[in-house]
Design a binder for this molecule. Sequence first.
Ligand code: PLP
Length: 288
Amino acid sequence: MTQKDPIIFLNGHYQGLSNAKISVLDRGFLFGDGVYEVIPVYGGKPLRLIEHLRRLDQSLEGIRMVSPYTDSEWADIFNRLIVGPEDQSIYLQVTRGVAAKRDHAIPAKQISPTVFAMCTPISPIPIMGIKAITVDDIRWKRCDIKAITLLANVLLRQEAVDQGAVEAILIKDDRVIEGAASNIFAVIDGQLVTPPKSKEILPGVTRDLILELAPQAQIDAIERDMHVDELAKATEIWMTSSTREILAVIELDGKQVGNGKPGPVWNRMTSAYQDYKQSLRDAALLSR
Ligand code: PLP
């Protein structure tokens, strides 16, 4: 599905990506003053669209903005960007817009937000498991906002890459928080554990779906704080996100996790998750 010059949406217009331009005075560019969403698409249908749009509303509210479009207007925009039935993902970003001068404070006079959306193919997922490292969570105190200001996440992820790992697991005051771009689950004493929602984590849509699917996959799941020492006795550790789904961590800080392969609970959950995705593709096919 890779297109040479994919069509993107920018401020009400559909145009080729190579020609898309924004002002250097855009507050997203100058201050990282904006929020974003990433929505996976299967069989031409966005997965958990409403949940993503509600989280977008919450992120916008967190930075004193409101959504520029209604749910059905967003859905129309996405439908025009989605190409074919292949697995892909929508990236959307809303910034506060272009202000007349560079000033940290929010402009008193209403300015139009800059709205950008594009659709790209989903890259293959490492189903054999990944390496991860633990690092100190150096981010701010509003990690529940899906802000485009991602410098801390960039540096934390790079620390993982520098050490030959794929993801960084963030630790704060000896508590396990989440990944640099993912939520975390661990199987501890046979129970699936994930930290509760708070301002310290992004309320992951994949995380919520996993908790919802757990009973039908015969998995006992609980939301509770996790001490960093518990990671050492976890038989399975997973990192979850919309485009990388459920990644099993098979090596943490150079030590093998479980038997060094994605575990049996991961297998059951992945199968429930894949069935859920397939039901979306099947429904899309029927409605065609
Ligand atoms: N936590 C962080 C910091 C993220 O950046 C992401 C996704 O990018 C997630 C969690 C997972 O969220 P979702 O499952 O909605 O993709």
